[in-house]
Write a protein that binds this ligand. Structure first.
Ligand SMILES: C[S@@+](CC[C@H](N)C(=O)[O-])C[C@H]1O[C@@H](n2cnc3c(N)ncnc32)[C@H](O)[C@@H]1O
Length: 282
C-alpha cells in the first residue's frame, strides 16, 4: 500500500470534515502514521507456491476458503478495513454470501473460466476463488490496486474506477476479455452499481453470471446516493422482473436494449446483512 492509498482510505474522509487546525495536524501526522504502519503490512503471498505447500486447500468449501483468506464474503472475518497497525484478532460476523455463491458456482468448479471481481481490496476473495476454482483465471480490479497482496500466474490485478464510464471503457471494455463470472463489490454507490452492470454485461459470456453485492446499500444508506439520481439498481431490477419500463440517466438506450435482450434470470438473495443480485445471461 502506498502513502497516497493509505491517506485516501484512512484519512481523506476525516480530513474533509475536520476544522482548519485539525486538517493541518492531520497532514503533518499522516506520513508518520504511514511509516508506523509499514511495519504491519503483510507480505505478498505467491499463491502458486502456497498451493504446493498446502495441497488440501483445494478441497475446502467456499466459506472455509473465504474465512481462511479473511474475505468478508464468508460467515466471519477479522476486520480487514482497519489500519494494519490497528488490526486485531477478533472474528466478527461477515456477509455470509458463500452459501449463496456455492449453489451458483458448483458446476463451474473444475472448468477453465474467467472471473472478474470489481473491488478487490487486499485480494482475499480472489485468493479464495483461486483455490475453489482450480483452473480459473481471476481478474481483480480496484481504484487502489497497490493494496493487492497476492501473486499468481492465474491472477491479474489492475486499476479501474467503476464510477467512471471512461475508466470502465479503457480498462475493461477495450481489453475484450470475456468472463464467466463478474462480481461487483466496489464502491456500492447508486451510480457505480448501475454503470458496472449495464456497461459490463456484454463482457459476460453466454450462460455466465453477474453478481452485485450489497445491492441494497443505495436504498438503505444515505452516503451511497449523495448527488445521485434514482432509481437505484434494485428498483431497476424489480421493474424488469415486473415487466415495467425504467429509465436511468446512467444507462444509454443501447445498453438498456442489450441487457433486456440478453438476461436470462434475476434473483435477489439476502446474506447475513445485505442483499445481492444474481443475474444470469442467456
Ligand atoms: C468491500 S471492499 C472489497 C472487499 C473484497 N472484495 C473482499 O472480498 O475482501 C471494496 C473495494 O472497492 C474499492 N473501490 C471503491 N470505490 C471503487 C471504484 N469507484 N472503483 C473500483 N474500486 C473501488 C475499494 O478500494 C475497496 O478495495
Amino acid at each position: 500500500m502506498n502513502l497516497r492509498t493509505f491517506y485516501k482510505i484512512f484519512y481523506k474522509h476525516r480530513i474533509a470534515k475536520a476544522s482548519f487546525f485539525l486538517r493541518i495536524y492531520n497532514f503533518i501526522v499522516v506520513p508518520f502514521k504511514y511509516l508506523h504502519n509499514i511495519f504491519f503490512f503483510e507480505k505478498k503471498v505467491n499463491l502458486d507456491e502456497h498451493k504446493i505447500k498446502f495441497p488440501n486447500l483445494g478441497k475446502k468449501n467456499l466459506n472455509s476458503l473465504f474465512e481462511y483468506f479473511n474475505s468478508d464474503k464468508g460467515e466471519s472475518f477479522i476486520n480487514q478495513y482497519l489500519q494494519p497497525a490497528k488490526k486485531n484478532k477478533i472474528k466478527i460476523k461477515a456477509h455470509g454470501y458463500a452459501k449463496i455463491y456455492e449453489n451458483v458456482f458448483v458446476n463451474l468448479k473444475n472448468t477453465r473460466i474467467n472471473i472478474l471481481e470489481l473491488g478487490s481490496f487486499y485480494g482475499n476473495a480472489a485468493a479464495a476463488f483461486y483455490f475453489y476454482f482450480d483452473k480459473a483465471y481471476i481478474y481483480s480490479g480496484d481504484i487502489y490496486p497497490d493494496l493487492f497482496k497476492y501473486k499468481s500466474n492465474r491472477i491479474k490485478n489492475f486499476y479501474v474506477d467503476s464510477s467512471s464510464r471512461n475508466s470502465l471503457s479503457k480498462n475493461l471494455l477495450s481489453k475484450k476479455n470475456n468472463f464467466d463470472i463478474i462480481i461487483e463489490d466496489a464502491s456500492h454507490m447508486l451510480k457505480d452499481q448501475i454503470l458496472s452492470l449495464f456497461m459490463l454485461f456484454p463482457l459476460l459470456k453466454s450462460g455466465g453470471v453477474f453478481i452485485v453485492e450489497e445491492l441494497d446499500f443505495p436504498e438503505t444508506r444515505d452516503d451511497m446516493k449523495i448527488n445521485q439520481t434514482k432509481p437505484d439498481l434494485k428498483q431497476i431490477l424489480k421493474n424488469i422482473l415486473n415487466n415495467l419500463d425504467f429509465n436511468s440517466i446512467y444507462i444509454n438506450e443501447e445498453e438498456k436494449k442489450y441487457f433486456l435482450e440478453n438476461f436470462l434470470s434475476i434473483e435477489i438473495k439476502k446474506g447475513n446483512f445485505n442483499e445481492i443480485a444474481i443475474i444470469k445471461k442467456r
